[in-house]
Ligand binder design. Sequence first.
Ligand code: CP
Length: 338
Amino acid sequence: MNIRHFLSTQDCTRPELDELLAQAARYKRDKLGRDLAGRAIALLFFNPSMRTRSSFEIGTWQLGGHAVVLAPGKDAWGIEFEPRKVMDGEAEEHVAEVARVLSRYCDLIGVRAFPKFVDWAVDREDLVIKAFARHATVPVINLETITHPCQELAHAMAMRERLGELRGRKYVLTWTYHPKALNTAVANSALLIATRMGMDVTLLCPTPEYVLDERYMAAGRSNASENGGSLRVSHDIDEAYRDAEVVYAKSWGALPYFGRWEAEKPIREQHRHFIVDEAKMALTRDGIFSHCLPLRRNIKATDGVMDAPYCFAIDEAENRLHVQKAVMARLLAWNSPT
Ligand code: CP
């Protein structure tokens, strides 16, 4: 049987995305259920987490299931991913065994594996989660690698709660300063889901070097043309914010400097003024604001923006719980023999 995983929202049809969001809305109304009774999920975190870990653990429990959390290389054995490797390094076991053993214990496997931040040509292949998907005999869920599909669903759900129909709404994904070069995953994901919803999307970033990987730009353009929206790039803060209905902020490192972050840092330092503040939000058309969190206050967005009624970051974070329950339940249903 071909296993349906949840690695990217691009693997779901638009009706399936709507089905996930509708089920998430039902879980938001009725928290407790038995849809995961007797089921287990292994959650593997190669990187830190607050929201993803707690919402998956609690969501699984709320539906009668059990979650086991593992941090490979810390509280679980280090894992090798390279095929045919002579394993004389740090890793004690290979993903070929880990994925198959966990598949005997569990009904679902979730994996968080950020890029290594050395070579984008390697990181963009998303080898860790693809190896789990290849070797597992149960569905694998992306808990954030080079995209963050669970965040996408929570974001879409929260926008719909505030705005209703999203098609044709003006959406700005703005780069913001951060002292470190961060993952492009949430930015890639924001482009994917906003264009999938038929929104008129502007990617606002300091220079062309901060434009996202062409894979996601092309997917965004294709989503936009299929769903009645648009995608463009702007480097002009005032022009991009003017009349925006949604502002979504994220920081990321410029891909041409990937792995050479000391060379990128002076460029990044010149653009601290991309912070989301009240003056910029005043240019919008009663715009609403969000961020995936965690967020450094007064670096990425001001206290005034984070505490404003138009900030829906906490609603979006809450929705992680509801959408992930829907993802787990639907994946089991999609993979059950008919
Ligand atoms: N937004 C998000 O994934 O949060 P965590 O990194 O805390 O899981």
